[in-house]
Design a protein around this ligand. Structure first.
Ligand SMILES: CC(C)(COP(=O)(O)OP(=O)(O)OC[C@H]1O[C@@H](n2cnc3c(N)ncnc32)[C@H](O)[C@@H]1OP(=O)(O)O)[C@@H](O)C(=O)NCCC(=O)NCCS
Length: 177
């Protein structure tokens, strides 16, 4: 069954394999695979601690991993509130599917599951954003009921952010299989 779970030691090997895939496309370059392999427990503890962080740049958040059976498929971060940066650029939910599992419908399903979690923590609407040239993410958001608000300029980038609101009161919450 496809589900969102709390980051877990059980998926250590799978997660590390996925990080190797992400790094081939230049993502997660700050992660040291050797260190992850040697001490995954510390990495999980660090993730946990980051979720409680509150600063001008960070708000409380929850990290989820999308898994199916034994496989790690992707990750999603749910921010519990918005600060100025998140309201303009980042939104409530960030997500990524591991490269080898893209274009198989997982992105749409993961956001649907993430919206359900957003509803559970009491949000009545969620802001989800993407780069204007990120066709996959745009389709994922629109397939989940995203209502386009506007496109904002991001300092230092020629690519604008598309901002969408998703009404969580109108979503029907059936389980994804
Ligand atoms: C964006 C992302 C999450 C999409 O995940 P995914 O699992 O490939 O998405 P889906 O399979 O559900 O695809 C949704 C739709 O987008 C299309 N799509 C996905 N990637 C695409 C691409 N690179 N170019 C064109 N269309 C694309 C799919 O064909 C599908 O189209 P359809 O609705 O017409 O059938 C994934 O590409 C990713 O992790 N990218 C890197 C991180 C990222 O950009 N995160 C989002 C930040 S806002």
């Amino acid at each position: 069954m496809l589900r969102l779970i709390e980051p877990s030691y059980e998926y250590k090997q799978q997660f590390i394999e996925a990080i190797r895939e992400f790094q081939l496309e230049g993502r997660h370059m700050e992660k040291d695979v050797q260190r992850l392999t040697a001490d995954f427990t510390s990495f999980l503890a660090q993730l946990q601690a980051q979720q409680q962080r509150r600063s001008p740049y960070a708000v409380p958040s929850t990290d989820f991993w999308l898994v199916e059976h034994e496989e790690f498929i992707g990750r999603l971060s749910l921010r519990h509130e918005l600060n100025d940066f998140l309201l303009k650029i980042g939104g409530h939910i960030g997500y990524e599917i591991r490269p080898s599992r893209r274009r198989q419908g997982y992105g749409k399903k993961m956001l649907a599951l993430g919206l359900k979690e957003a509803h559970k923590i009491g949000l009545s609407r969620a802001l989800v954003t993407c780069d204007e040239n990120n066709i996959g993410s745009k389709k994922v958001i629109e397939a989940n009921g995203g209502q386009f608000e506007n496109a904002t300029l991001v300092e230092g980038s020629p690519i604008r952010k598309l901002r969408y609101w998703i009404d969580l009161t109108e979503i029907s919450w059936h389980e994804e299989g």
